[in-house]
Design a protein around this ligand. Structure first.
Ligand SMILES: [Zn+2]
Length: 412
């Protein structure tokens, strides 16, 4: 198990704990000093501090033992009971966690915020146990009692996303953006992706007008919402509005050049149907001029050239592309196809072999920047950590040492 995955639950617990100790809420609790925990009395037993230290060390069993002892010194120790419940949940004893938190909710003298905090713990218990409806209900009650509780909103958003309730998820994310006060670019990005999902759901039910509006709104809220351009174009193409489809896909290549390749097949086809196939070559050349490292534009142009009978030009493009991503299997496959069209001329085969000798072969690797999850295809939401737009192309350094490797071989 990795260190990060071990520490993550503890980090959440500590955040909760520290949030209680130093957060805004604490300022409000301090006015009622001594009602939560008689801290002086707690410090007289070693169990409280010992428990916290075990918690920091991720020694959950010992932490539970010490905190249980500490709690027994004062029956009013709401905060410790809450943490104990959370520790049970972390150990997988969700039933026990739930009953601890439910018992706390029965206390008659809870303030609104105390009530909200205990309810938040309970909602996390429900979510952990897979009781989606009860978790949703509890989180909603938390944000009703404490409308600035970002953590509860984030949980709500993820729950709605898991249920594919995109409009509800969007509404929740808008609340988070309100709390963040427009300071976080990730808010715009997530709002864009959620609007795109709303559009995709509407397109599936045949409501194309609403779908088109949702895709456009997704692009307006964040011009980096790549799938919205693709979906909008697909929708227009389905309505036989090819110029509008081309406009949507071309806009993607302008706004997000490093994802331009996602529209290549569509544009190549659409230009051909429109009787303007040369526009595809021009587009690829524009993309290459803007980013000389773009091997995908070279690959697309090479295929285009080969289809037009220009195999030599295609071969040159592929050889230019290979050093930029030597482990892209698609490049090697295209190269062999072109070599075949050129009759496997020995000098061409040798040039290719020299370039590709040290390449490592992967299908088309992408990796999540957040959790390192690997996928052959580009994903918009990570199946492991559920973050949006975290996938990047995994690249290895181009094989620079071909010459020295040759020298070594000759020397032996
Ligand atoms: Zn991930």
């Amino acid at each position: 198990m990795s260190i990060t995955s071990q520490l993550y639950p503890v980090a959440v617990l500590l955040a909760l704990l520290l949030g209680l100790a130093v957060g805004k809420a604490w300022e409000r609790y301090k006015l009622r000093d001594g009602r939560w925990i008689d801290r002086r009395r707690l410090r007289e037993t070693p169990h409280y501090m010992l428990g916290l230290n075990f918690l920091v060390d991720n020694q959950v069993d010992q932490a539970i033992e010490e905190l249980t002892q500490a709690a027994s010194t004062g029956s009013d120790a709401l905060e410790i009971q809450m943490i104990l419940g959370n520790l049970y949940r972390q150990k997988g004893q969700v039933g026990r966690a739930t009953s601890v938190h439910q018992a706390l909710l029965q206390r008659p003298d809870l303030t609104t915020l105390e009530h909200a905090y205990v309810l938040l713990c309970l909602a996390l218990d429900f979510r952990h146990a897979g009781f989606i409806d009860r978790a949703l209900e509890a989180f909603q009650e938390v944000v009703r009692l404490d409308p600035e509780n970002r953590y509860a909103y984030v949980n709500l958003q993820k729950l709605y996303e898991e249920q594919h309730q995109w409009p509800e998820a969007l509404q929740v994310r808008e609340q988070i953006a309100r709390i963040d006060n427009g300071r976080l670019p990730e808010d715009q990005q997530i709002l864009g992706f959620l609007r795109n999902e709303i559009g995709a759901a509407q397109a599936r039910t045949g409501n194309t007008a609403a779908a088109a509006r949702a895709f456009s709104a997704a692009i307006d809220v964040d011009s980096g919402t790549v799938p919205a351009y693709l979906n909008l174009g697909d929708l227009r193409e389905g309505e036989r509005q090819l110029p509008a489809a081309i406009a949507a896909w071309e806009r993607l290549t302008d706004e997000v050049p490093d994802r331009a390749y996602l529209a290549f097949d569509r544009l190549d086809r659409a230009y051909r149907v429109s009787g303007t196939p040369h526009r595809f070559a021009e587009l690829c050349e524009r993309v290459i001029a803007r980013n000389p490292q773009d091997w995908r534009a070279r690959l697309a142009l090479a295929r285009h050239r080969e289809a037009a009978g220009q195999a030599q030009a295609a071969f040159g493009l592929l050889l230019d592309a290979l050093p930029h991503n030597p482990h892209a299997l698609a490049l090697h496959q295209a190269t062999w196809q072109v070599l075949s069209a050129l009759g496997f001329a020995p000098d061409l085969v040798r040039r290719y072999m020299d370039l590709s000798r040290d390449a490592v072969f992967y299908l088309d690797p992408h990796v999540c920047r957040r959790c390192r999850y690997r996928s052959t295809e580009l994903l918009w939401q990570c199946p492991q950590c559920h973050e949006w737009n975290t996938f990047v192309e995994e690249r290895m350094a181009p094989a620079k040492d071909t010459v020295s490797a040759d020298a070594l071989t000759e020397g032996t």
